[in-house]
Write a protein that binds this ligand. Structure first.
Ligand SMILES: Cc1cc2nc3c(=O)[nH]c(=O)nc-3n(C[C@H](O)[C@H](O)[C@H](O)COP(=O)(O)O)c2cc1C
Length: 473
């Protein structure tokens, strides 16, 4: 699947697309998308005929919310089962291969090019997503391509983009990102930092861009390998940076090291809060806009309390892979629930005293698990890690707070953590504590732990078959 239109056709073919006309950028597109997620609607939403945008401008929200969207996008066997989808992604991620992109000289994204006084970013769909947002955001599901000043290292990341005027935006690259390193490499030479920002593309590219890979991995090349087909890219007229030839809408521009700073944000973060507030940033000045006819912006608006399939599948698969590669035996299953901030669940087949603690400590410190998560729960392999009811049952029955709770202080965090005190935010002490809940049966007397009353699986299978009418979904 090469582009966003092919993805939209595929989900529409599975009955997972709704078209909505006339909704406004200001709070309506964001509000409708949020209510749909909270109501558990599985369809993606394609907003068309948006007032005050250029004719044909469109925006897609709520894509990537179901296992079906994610497996279709990633080219795995389509499934509605989250465990199957996560396992398919885990098998894939284990390889992390790359393949060269193919540079071409033409593609649909070049059908329309805005230069000079024609440039107008405000024509395209840029919602105000949440009531207290500081302005319209066009880049929420974007892919930002940057390079180091010496040309040695290329990266694609997702960094949000706020619209400030026809030729002015902000590109919110936070410290520590590959994009931040690239920006600094230009500023160190007192040169402008160039970037190209794709705003509509097959979601597999977006998922790769915001996944944490080692710094040397070029996400464009990762996607080429994942698709088993080189990603076709064209080069920006000003920067020479590559972007997908089948992208919907791309902005090319630069950040000057001496530019006067403007206010970015606040923006309703994925945590469900306005954690980071406003910051002062140098603007992203736009040199070109490239777009297809009737361009579709791909948006990603995280909704607190509505765990998205994309996050669970991608983060769970990566954490599982990294735990296995760390050489720990006895890992049964791994998942991450995402009610706004990650929540890790690992089931294990206990192998030695202290095994459960070792797994928990690794889960919270490996690259795939180190960031904003706070709670890690370890359960035995007889508990279904993907069934929250079972995990809670194991927690209330096998976990003793005095013996089985560990709190680890001084862990990695960031300004967007809503629980960070104003003093900590101010001082730069961006750390937090984490909690390990060991809900496994105590190792040294696990064989004497009372038997449980769950139904025997053979009996369940037989009864389900015999009483199929009663148990039909
Ligand atoms: C929807 C979404 C929005 C994001 N917005 C930002 C952002 O505005 N700034 C930022 O620095 N990281 C943001 N991230 C996180 C980065 O995309 C992520 O950490 C990525 O791995 C960074 O890539 P890099 O290390 O290659 O730069 C966002 C992630 C997602 C899923």
């Amino acid at each position: 699947m090469r582009d966003l239109r092919e993805f939209i056709d595929a989900i529409e073919g599975h009955g997972q697309l709704e078209r909505i006309t006339g909704a406004k950028e200001e709070l309506e597109i964001g509000g409708i998308s949020k209510i749909a997620r909270r109501d558990g609607l599985e369809t993606a939403l394609l907003f068309e005929e948006i007032p005050n945008t250029r004719p044909g401008a469109r925006i897609l929200t709520n894509a990537g919310e179901t296992p079906l969207h994610v497996t279709l996008s990633l080219g795995h066997e389509p499934t509605s089962d989250i465990r199957e989808a996560l396992l398919a992604q885990k098998a894939h991620i284990a390889k992390t291969e790359t393949r060269a992109v193919e540079t071409v000289t033409d593609g649909p994204v070049l059908d329309n090019v805005q230069r000079g006084s024609d440039i107008d970013l405000t024509e395209f769909a840029a919602p105000i997503w949440h009531t207290n947002d500081g302005g319209p955001y066009i880049g929420t599901g974007d892919v930002v391509v940057t390079e180091s000043a010496d040309g040695e290292d290329r990266n694609a990341g997702t960094y949000r983009v706020q619209v400030h005027g026809p030729k002015k935006a902000t590109l919110n690259i936070r410290p520590g990102r590959d994009g931040d390193r690239h920006r600094q490499s230009y500023f160190d030479r007192d040169e402008s930092f160039p970037a190209v920002i794709s705003l509509g593309h097959q979601p597999d590219l977006f998922m790769a861009a915001n996944q944490r890979f080692p710094a040397h991995v070029d996400e464009l090349e990762f996607v080429s390998a994942q698709r088993d087909q080189p990603l076709e890219v064209v080069e920006g007229e000003e920067s020479g940076l590559p972007f997908p030839a089948r992208s919907e809408l791309v902005i090319e521009g630069h950040v000057r090291p001496d530019a006067e700073e403007i206010t970015e944000g606040p923006f309703g973060e994925w945590t469900g809060y306005y954690g980071a507030g406003e910051t002062q940033q140098r603007p992203f000045e736009i040199d070109r806009i490239y777009h297809r006819d009737d361009p579709i912006v791909l948006a990603y608006n995280n909704v607190p309390m509505a765990s998205t399939a994309m996050t669970t599948i991608r983060s769970g698969a990566q954490l599982w892979d990294q735990l296995e590669k760390a050489g720990i035996t006895g890992i049964d299953e791994v998942t991450t629930i995402f009610p706004g901030i990650w929540f890790q669940i690992v089931s294990i087949e206990q192998q030695y005293p202290g095994h459960s603690t070792q797994v928990g400590m690794q889960a919270m410190s490996l690259p795939a698990g180190v960031w904003e998560g706070r709670i890690t729960i370890i359960v035995d392999e007889d508990v279904d890690a993907f069934d929250l009811d079972e995990v809670l049952w194991a927690t209330v029955s096998r976990f003793d707070p005095a013996e089985d709770l560990q709190v680890i202080e001084n862990c990695v965090s960031s300004r967007i953590n809503p629980r960070m005190s104003p003093e900590q935010t101010e001082s730069g002490d961006h750390t937090k504590s984490r909690m390990l809940i060991d809900a496994t049966k105590p190792y040294h007397w696990k064989d004497e732990f009372p038997a449980d009353t769950r139904i025997d699986s053979d009996l369940e299978t037989r009864l389900r078959e015999e009483y199929a009418d009663l148990f039909a979904e």
